[in-house]
Design a protein around this ligand. Sequence first.
Ligand code: GLN
Length: 494
Amino acid sequence: MTNLTELGVAAIRDGVADGSFTALEVAEAFNANVAAAAALNAFIVATPEAALDAARATDARRAAGQPLGKMGGVPIGMKDLFATKGVQTTAASHILEGFKPEYESTVSAKLWDAGAGMLGKLNLDQFAMGSSNETSYFGNVISPWRRSDGGNAPLAPGGSSGGSSAAVAARLAPAATGTDTGGSIRQPAAFTGISGIKPTYGRCSRWGIVAFASSLDQAGPMARDVTDCAIMLEAMAGFDPKDATSLDMAVPEWEANLSGDLRGKKVGIPREYRMDGTDADVLASWDQGIAWLKDAGVEVVDVSLPHTKYALPAYYIIAPAEASSNLARYDGVRYGLRDLPEGANLQDMYAATRADGFGAEVKRRIMIGTYVLSAGFYDAYYTQAQKVRTLIAQDFRNAFTLCDVILAPTTPTAAFGLGDMVSDPLAMYLNDVFAVPASLAGLPAMSVPAGLNREGLPLGLQIVGKPFDEQGVLNAGLAIEQRAAFSAKPERWW
Ligand code: GLN
C-alpha cells in the first residue's frame, strides 16, 4: 500500500481520479500526520472535519462521473492570513484571536472550488512580519529539519510562511498556501527543502488576505516540487474584481506547458548578488545551479542590478509604511480582541487593545511606518524609498533585455537556530536581501531545493522572471529540479 502522505499534489490528484485510492483515505492519512505533529506547532487550528468533508465531496463527484477539478482530492494547509469563513483567522496575532470571518478569501475559495480540502490554518509570523516564525503569538514553529552533526538545536522553518514550510517538509500536507511580501514564500521554502513561487504582483487576488503591505503582498503555492506548484498556482490565480490591483489576464496553462528543456534561453547572473557575508556553501550551490542550467541548454550572461544594495532599506521603509496604515483598522471595535479597562473612554480602549494585541515586531513596524510617513520625514524617507523602488524595477527591465530569467541564491545562509537572531532585528532583516528586490519590482520569483549544505540543511536557488512569465520561472525551476534530484527529507523526531 502506498504511503499516501509521501505523495504530492499531482500524484494525489491523479491517484484519486484513476481510483488508486480515495480522497477520503488521503485526507485521513494527512489528518493523522497533523495530529501526531503537535511538537512542530505548524498549525494554529487543525480542521480535520473540513478535510474529510471536501474529500467525501470529491469521492462523490467521482462516483457520479463528474469532473474532480485541478486539485480534486488534495488536502492542503492554509496560511492563517487567509480569511476562511467560520474558521478562526488570526494572522498569528492576539489582536485577531477568536475572529471568525463571515467571508472566504478569493484564493482559498478558488482552491476549494478546484477540489482541495483544508487540513487547518497554518502558523506564521505575526501579520507576516518576520523571517523565522518567531513573532507568532501562538509560539514558534519548529523546523522538522535538524543539523546532521547530531545537535538537536531547534531550527527556524523560515518566515513568515513558517507553518506552511514546516507542514509540507514534514509531510503534514502535500502543499500549502503562502504569501510573500518580501520573501515569505521563497525563504521558508529554501530553509525546508521545498518549492514555492511568488507570482507576478496581481496574479492572485489579495481579497480576504489580511493585508501587510498591499503594494507587495502576493499569495502563492508551497509544495514539494515544481509541477505541484504549477498546478496549485493555476487554481489560485485569476482576475478578481474585488481586488483593484488584480491582473485582468487569463490564467495560463502552466502545468501543461512545463518543460525543462531550456535551449535558446538566456539566464542572467546578477553580479551584485555576490555579497560579503554570503555563506560559502550557498555560493557553491549557486555555481552548481549555473552548471545545471547550462546542461539544460541555456546561455549564461552576466547582468547588473546596480541598485540591489538599496533594496532592503527601501523595503523596510515601504513595507512598514503600508503596514502602519493597514493595521490602523485593528482598534478593538471591529475584530477579535477588545480591551476595555474600567472607566475607559474610546481612546483608552484603542490604546489598551493595540498595546495588548500587537506583538513587539508589529509595534516596531507600525512605529517605523508612522515615522517615515510623518510630515517632517515623508520626503526624506518614504518618497526617497519609492524612487529607489522605481530604480530597482528599472534595473530588472534593463537586465531582462539581456536574459530571460535570473538565477540567484534564495537566502544568504541555510536555516539558523531559533533564538539566534531575535535580539538583532537588522540581522534578521538581512535574510531577505536576495528576495526583496523581486518583490519591490513585482516580479515572479521561485525557490527550488538545490541540495544540502555541510550541516545537512537544505539550500534553495531562486529564479526571477519577467512580469507575467511564471512559465519561464517554473521551467527553469524544473530544469534545476531534474538535475538536483533533491530527495532528502527530515528524519522524523516529533
Ligand atoms: N521577512 C520579511 C519581513 O519581515 C518578509 C515578510 C513577508 O514576505 N511577509 O517583512
